[in-house]
Design a protein around this ligand. Structure first.
Ligand SMILES: [Zn+2]
Length: 88
């Protein structure tokens, strides 16, 4: 069953924002999408925390490996972060 489209509650907004964080960080989102995420991050402390952690990690990796796409280890780490955050 597919859920009916209802106004997203905050949990869903968080989920969407976090799912798009990578694309956001890599500048792969369109203007309006990036704007929505920025907006949500500014309004949502939980996502801001998570976003900061991810940006920090990808920043570190960029320094280590150069400006390539994130290696698999980053994806694993970030998904662990996200899982931990969801467990709140
Ligand atoms: Zn959020």
């Amino acid at each position: 069953m597919i859920e009916q489209p209802e106004p997203l509650d905050i949990e869903d907004q968080c989920h969407l924002a976090l799912r798009s964080v990578h694309a956001f960080l890599h500048g792969e989102l369109g203007e309006s999408e990036a704007d929505q995420i920025r907006h949500h991050l500014l309004a949502c402390e939980k996502c801001m925390d998570s976003f900061d952690a991810e940006e920090f990690i990808s920043g570190l990796l960029r320094r280590c490996y150069g400006p390539t796409t994130a290696p698999a280890t980053l994806r694993v780490r970030v998904s662990q972060l996200t899982i931990r955050w969801q467990a709140h």
